[in-house]
Write a protein that binds this ligand. Structure first.
Ligand code: GRF
Length: 189
């Protein structure tokens, strides 16, 4: 599978997926990073790994349709078959969803449908749940609403801080995402 990863931030999941492709535990090639934040650390990770990047600013375009049309051109140029969202902080619009329907997945740091949207980890702590976790799901037009593919639990300890919980969630994410994608690519394509 020729995949593109979309990320807006630090890119620890991006890195984990690159590492998995290099180890051979994820049977895919990461052909492109798409990033909407020119200062994001994930861009440096891509450069270090020799992966091409398409970096853009939403405000340089008149609409989501316009920048998604440009993204599609970039994806087509590289023969991308599958899109992996990893901390991409935007909703995907119909322009991109239509041609890639069932070929876009996302990872979210909660057990959906609990705590969708921003700051899922903060929401879980605030609510006081004892178990939270990670969800990998197909992307639809909603916010973290598409069909669930895989989930893994993470226990919330009594003295948990946002940082300590985030670290545990990241460890689980990095493993679950590569495993789930590899399984998907082997079984569904
Ligand atoms: C992850 O927790 C992911 O679940 C969420 O955004 C975060 C991205 O972290 N969608 P990173 O940039 O991969 O380190």
């Amino acid at each position: 599978k020729r995949i593109a990863i979309f990320s807006s931030g630090s890119g620890s999941n991006f890195q984990a997926l690159i590492d998995a492709t290099q180890k051979g535990s994820l049977q895919a090639t990461v052909e492109l990073l798409v990033c909407d934040q020119p200062d994001a650390f994930v861009i440096q990770r891509a450069q270090a790994a020799g992966i091409p990047t398409f970096v853009f600013r939403a405000k340089d375009y008149n609409s989501k349709m316009e920048f998604e049309t440009e993204i599609i051109a970039q994806l087509e140029k590289r023969g991308i078959e599958f899109i992996v969202l990893a901390g991409y902080m935007r909703l995907i619009g119909p322009t991109l969803l239509q041609p890639f329907s069932k070929r876009i997945v996302n990872i979210h740091p909660s057990l959906l449908p609990a705590f969708p949207g921003k700051d899922a980890i903060g929401q879980a702590l605030e609510y006081g749940v004892r178990i939270t976790g990670v969800t990998v799901h197909y992307v639809d037009e909603g916010m973290d609403t598409g069909p669930i593919i895989a989930q893994a639990p993470v226990e919330v300890y009594p003295n948990e801080t946002k940082q300590s919980l985030q670290e545990k969630i990241h460890v689980v994410e990095h493993q679950l995402y590569a495993e789930t994608l590899n399984h998907l690519f082997i079984t569904e394509f």
